[in-house]
Design a binder for this molecule. Structure first.
Ligand code: SF4
Length: 502
């Protein structure tokens, strides 16, 4: 008899291997049971989510009509809770020093091919100016795990620097943090520094694989890593972001583990994950994705995302520029609510990029997986020039191109950071979602922050499309009073005022 207990604080009990196997077995037995699958779809329509076992069945289901229903329900839920807004962010790589030995990441300690770099505060400032000049307001900072080179004091100093930079009309209003699992005391320090979400990817929930994939370094400790979100919440961080690296182990196993983790957070802390990210293993310096034989197709990837949307309806879902524009377009429909744009995931990449554009050709970006379970992607180095072709499958467009593209395919790019700044984090954010007030709050905020982007940073074509979009979207604000306020504030933004929010 095994012990599975979502309320336990021991990783082996809230992500229980036997319970995952039993769930997968049960899903296999029932994957063609139309009546059961239909009843789960009906249950999911109540928007209270599904259990990991139920979710596992939907993911395994091989009945085409049921699968169509899963996709259309995911689309409906996405529309009901997130409307057509897509929140924009960018990763900022602070340091690629790392003492871990993760087999899928080029920052692993033994990799001597890549230059190691850590930004000085002046370099952080320059990166932030480059990001502000693109139009970004929300960052996810990334760093490898290295207590000597990247101690918590360094991370805190960087956060302070980031928030202190105000270039022209720019400012970074939310800093999410993706650093290695740490102590309650250090999470408290991050909380006090005013971070948004603490993000930590599990990589894989399969303990045995995890131990093999992390042979050396502090990250080898599966339980310490898996229990990190509990310590983060104990340290006062309300919003935490989960994610697995699809391709390392069997996707169905990972999916059940992910949902069990969400159930655990809800059971213990009364609030599930703020976000779930969906990275897939990619080629990188020193890394060949073919070495991991659990890669998933775009179709499976889309189904995972749709099932997730249906099973955890209130959780934000993130996809990065590691995926191609086509892939991103497909999954935006089924539940993705946040995407990165114009990302440079090398340490110092934003300044490198503007310098290289200003001069001549210089270096291309290269696929590299990085940072403590972080958004893995590209590093500019001459050494890995040979891997550039891997970017054929990733989204290398500028932020302005991504913003324009989103609007052309019917979305509102949003630079909103209001919830966290208004104290609507954790369960307060979830209450907003559940109350259906998003349309009177997030929607107007999206329009006002888009307007700021259009006035300050957009190219001509983008601005025209954006102005038309805002005009037509005003009609979708239900409250007359809110609509009038938004119209007034849009005028004030045009005159140079900034940072309005509901
Ligand atoms: S995934 Fe993170 S912890 Fe592992 S080697 Fe890369 S940067 Fe280091």
């Amino acid at each position: 008899m095994y012990k599975y207990d979502p309320k336990s604080l021991c990783a082996d009990e809230f992500i229980n291997h036997e319970e995952i196997l039993k769930s997968l077995e049960w899903a296999d037995e029932h994957k063609s049971d139309r009546e059961l699958a239909q009843s789960l779809i009906e249950k999911a329509k109540e928007l209270k989510g599904l259990t990991h076992r139920e979710a596992s069945l939907l993911l395994a289901c091989d009945i085409p009509e049921i699968n169509e229903q899963i996709f259309s329900l995911a689309e409906q839920i996405k529309k009901d809770f997130y409307g057509n807004r897509i929140v924009m962010f960018a990763p900022l790589y602070l340091s690629n020093y790392c003492v871990n030995g993760c087999l899928y990441c080029p920052y692993h300690l033994k990799n001597k091919h890549i230059p190691r770099k850590k930004l000085t505060q002046e370099e952080v400032r320059r990166e932030v100016i480059a990001l502000q000049d693109m139009g970004h307001k929300r960052l996810a900072i990334e760093a490898g795990e290295d207590p000597v080179n990247n101690p918590i004091e360094y991370i805190l100093e960087c956060i302070k620097t980031i928030y202190s930079v105000h270039h022209r009309n720019g400012d970074i209003r939310r800093v999410n943090v993706n650093i290695a699992a740490t102590t309650v005391e250090e999470y408290k320090m991050l909380k006090d520094a005013g971070i948004g979400t603490y993000i930590l990817f599990q990589e894989t929930y399969h303990k045995e694989s995890y131990l093999t994939l992390h042979p050396t370094g502090p990250k080898h400790d599966y339980n310490y890593h898996t229990e990190a979100m509990d310590r983060a919440m104990e340290g006062g961080i309300d919003d935490v972001g989960l994610g697995v690296l699809f391709g390392l182990d069997k996707y169905r196993y990972e999916f059940v583990g992910l949902l069990m983790h969400a159930e655990h957070l809800e059971a213990v802390h009364g609030v599930g994950p703020h976000t779930i990210s969906f990275p897939r293993v990619k080629r990188a310096d020193d890394i060949n994705p073919d070495d991991f034989d659990n890669g998933i197709s775009d179709d499976i990837f889309a189904k995972i995302i749709a099932c997730c949307r249906v099973c955890v309806p209130y959780t934000g879902m993130i996809i990065s520029t590691r995926e191609s524009g086509d892939c991103r377009e497909r999954v935006l429909k089924y539940g993705i609510s946040q995407i990165s744009g114009g990302s440079k995931t090398s340490v110092g990449g934003y300044c490198d990029d503007s310098q290289s554009e200003a001069s001549t050709e210089q270096s291309e970006d290269h696929a590299v997986q990085t940072a403590s379970g972080a958004e893995r992607s590209e590093v500019s180095t001459e050494q890995n020039e040979a891997s550039t072709e891997q970017f054929d499958v990733s989204d290398k467009r500028s932020l302005d191109e991504v913003v324009r593209w989103l609007m052309e395919i019917g979305y509102i790019p949003s630079f909103c950071t209001a919830c966290y700044r208004e104290g609507r984090t954790g369960d307060r954010f979830m209450s907003l979602c559940k109350s259906g007030q998003i349309q009177n709050c997030c929607h107007p905020n999206a329009l006002m922050t888009l307007k700021e982007y259009l006035v300050d940073y957009a190219g001509n074509g983008t601005r025209e499309i954006g102005e038309r979009l805002i005009e037509s979207e005003l009609a979708n604000i239900p409250s007359d009073k809110v609509r009038e306020t938004v119209i007034e504030r849009l005028g004030l933004i045009e005159e140079g005022k900034r940072d309005f929010r509901f």
